[in-house]
Design a protein around this ligand. Structure first.
Ligand SMILES: NC(=O)c1ccc[n+]([C@@H]2O[C@H](COP(=O)([O-])OP(=O)(O)OC[C@H]3O[C@@H](n4cnc5c(N)ncnc54)[C@H](O)[C@@H]3O)[C@@H](O)[C@H]2O)c1
Length: 458
C-alpha cells in the first residue's frame, strides 16, 4: 500500500473510531511505522527519466553536499560528473564519495565551467557573493542551473541573471526549499481549494533560534551584510517567497523596521575576552559560549571539516576555536545584521502580511497564521489547524521533518525532473517568481535603512 492510499483511508477510519473532531495527528508517522512508502507528496507529472541528469557541482560545502547527496540516494535520477571547490578537503571528500577521477576535481569554478557540453546542468552552492559570475557563465555555456538563494547580492545582478535565463532559454531553479516542504504544500493546497475562503491577511514568524543566529549571523559567513547579503535576503528571502506564493499575487509596497540591538560591543559582559578560549570569566554562564556550543555540545560542527577519526575531534575543534571566527566573542565581532526585524507587505489585491524575523527565541520552525473570510489556519511547521467559522470545525495535520521541513531533496527532484523532461513548468520555484521575492526583500532593506514605505519594483 502506498502512503497516498493509506492516507485516503483516514476518513473511513476516523468515522469508525469516532476520532474527536477530525484530528489527524500522527497519520504519516503511523504509516511510516508500518513501512508504507513515502510518496504522499509525489508530483504526478514526474516520470522515470531515460538517463540520470548529469551535473557539475560548484561549491562542495554544507549545501552543495546535501544536493550532491541526492545523486547518491537516487543514482537513476542524478549523477555528479565534476565538482569545484577552493577548499581541498571539501573538494576531495565530495569527489571521493562520488568516485570522481582527478580531472573532474576543480579548485575553482572557472576551471569546472571552461567549456560547454560537459554535463546537462550545474548546481551553484558557493557563498552569496559568488553566485552571479558562475551562474551567468553556466547559462552562456548552455547549461541548466540550480542556484542557491539568495540569487545574487544586488537587485541589478538578480535582474541580469533573469535576463540571461530568458535570453538563453535555460532552466534556472532557485533553492527556495520551503515551497517543497509537506507543511507548506498542504497549506497551499487548502488555500487553493478556498477552504478558508478568501485570504484576508497573513502573520508569519521566522524564529531563527538564538544559537543559530550567533553561529550564522554573528560569528559566521553571513554576519556582515556588505560581505554577504543583508539578512532579509540571506535568511528571509525564503519567507518573502513563501508569503508571496501563498498569497498568489504581486506585492506592491513594503515597510520594514529592524536593527542590531544585542550582539554589539556595548553588551560585552565584564570579564569577557576576544575569544571564548582566552580565559573568559563568564564563559560558563554565557549562552553563546563557543566552548559549550561546539566543543561540549558538539553542535553545528560542519564548519570545522572534521576528520573521520572521531578521537581527533576535540583537538581539531579546539584549534578551530582558537583560530577561526567560530571561537570569537559574539559581542566583539564585525557583525552588522539586525537581530530582529518586522516587515509589513501590501499585496496588489489588498491582502496584507506581517512578517517578523526574531533571533531571541529558544525554538526554530516558522509560525503561520492565515486569516480568511471563512476560516483560519494556525501552524508551527510541524502541525497546523484549520478552523472553519460556520461550524467551528477544526481539522489538524502533523508531520515530523528535518530542520528544512523535509524540502531539500524534493526540491532537487523537481529541478532534476524539469531538466530531464525539458519542462520548466515542473518547477515550483521559477527564476521569475524567485526574483520577485528578492525584489520584496531589497525593498524591505531600503525601507529599513531609509525609514520609508517602498514600492516593490517588479
Ligand atoms: N537554501 C537554503 O535553505 C540555504 C541554507 C543555507 C545556506 N544557503 C546558501 O547556500 C550557499 C552556500 O552556503 P553553505 O552553507 O553551503 O556555505 P559553505 O561555506 O559550507 O559552502 C560554500 C563552498 O563554496 C566554496 N567556494 C568558495 N569560493 C569558491 C570558488 N571560487 N570556487 C569554488 N568553490 C568555492 C567554499 O570553499 C565552500 O566549501 C550560500 O549562498 C548560502 O546563503 C542556502
Amino acid at each position: 500500500m502506498s502512503l497516498r492510499q493509506f492516507m485516503s483511508l483516514r476518513n473511513l477510519t476516523r468515522a469508525l473510531s469516532a476520532v474527536k473532531e477530525g484530528v489527524t495527528h500522527g497519520w504519516v508517522e503511523t504509516a511510516r511505522a508500518l513501512g508504507i512508502e513515502e510518496d504522499l507528496y509525489a508530483n504526478p507529472l514526474h516520470r522515470p527519466l531515460d538517463r540520470p541528469v548529469r551535473v557539475i557541482l560548484i561549491g562542495a560545502g554544507h549545501r552543495g553536499s546535501i544536493y550532491a547527496g541526492f545523486a547518491l540516494r537516487f543514482p537513476n535520477e542524478m549523477r555528479v560528473l565534476a565538482v569545484a571547490d577552493s577548499n581541498l578537503k571539501r573538494l576531495n571528500r565530495l569527489a571521493d564519495a562520488h568516485e570522481l577521477p582527478p580531472e573532474s576535481r576543480h579548485e575553482n569554478w572557472e576551471s569546472a565551467l571552461a567549456s560547454p557540453g560537459q554535463a546537462d546542468a550545474v548546481i551553484i552552492a558557493t557563498p552569496d557573493n559568488l553566485h552571479t559570475a558562475p551562474c551567468l557563465r553556466a547559462l552562456e555555456l548552455g547549461y541548466d542551473v540550480l542556484l542557491e538563494k539568495p540569487i545574487a547580492p544586488t537587485e541589478a545582478e538578480c535582474r541580469q541573471i533573469l535576463e540571461k535565463a530568458k535570453s538563453t532559454g535555460r532552466i534556472v531553479g532557485v533553492c527556495h526549499v520551503l515551497r517543497y516542504t509537506p507543511y507548506f504544500r498542504e497549506i497551499k493546497a487548502l488555500l487553493d481549494k478556498r477552504l478558508i475562503g478568501e485570504i484576508i491577511s497573513i502573520q508569519h514568524l521566522e524564529p531563527i533560534e538564538h544559537v543559530h543566529m550567533s553561529h550564522s549571523y554573528v560569528r559566521g559567513l553571513w554576519r556582515n551584510s556588505k560581505r554577504a547579503t543583508p539578512i532579509i535576503l540571506a535568511k528571509s528571502c525564503h519567507d518573502t517567497d513563501i508569503i508571496r506564493w501563498l498569497v498568489g499575487e504581486h506585492a506592491d509596497n513594503v515597510h520594514c523596521f529592524g536593527n542590531l540591538k544585542w550582539f554589539t560591543g556595548a553588551n560585552a559582559p565584564p570579564g569577557s575576552t576576544p575569544r571564548c578560549t582566552d580565559g573568559c570569566s563568564v564563559e560558563h554562564e554565557c549562552p553563546y559560549s563557543a566552548l559549550q556550543i561546539y566543543l561540549r555540545d558538539r553542535k553545528r560542527l560542519y564548519v570545522f571539516d572534521l576528520p573521520e577519526d572521531t578521537t581527533l575531534w576535540d583537538a581539531v575543534i579546539l584549534e578551530g576555536l582558537k583560530t577561526s571566527d567560530y571561537g570569537r566573542c559574539v559581542y566583539r565581532m564585525d557583525n552588522d545584521q539586525p537581530d530582529h526585524l518586522t516587515v509589513n507587505i501590501l499585496f496588489r489585491n489588498g491582502i496584507t502580511a506581517a512578517f517578523s524575523m526574531e533571533a531571541f527565541v529558544s525554538y526554530e520552525g516558522r509560525r503561520t497564521r492565515i486569516m480568511g473570510s471563512l476560516g483560519d489556519i494556525t501552524g508551527d511547521m510541524e502541525s497546523f489547524t484549520l478552523t472553519t467559522f460556520k461550524d467551528g470545525r477544526r481539522n489538524s495535520w502533523s508531520m515530523k521533518t528535518d530542520a528544512h521541513g523535509g524540502g531539500d531533496h524534493p526540491m532537487v527532484r523537481d529541478w532534476v525532473q524539469a531538466v530531464g523532461q525539458r519542462n520548466p513548468a515542473l518547477l515550483s520555484s521559477t527564476i521569475d517568481e524567485s526574483v520577485e521575492s528578492h525584489l520584496m526583500a531589497f525593498a524591505a532593506e531600503r525601507s529599513r535603512l531609509m525609514r520609508t514605505i517602498e514600492d516593490v519594483r517588479i
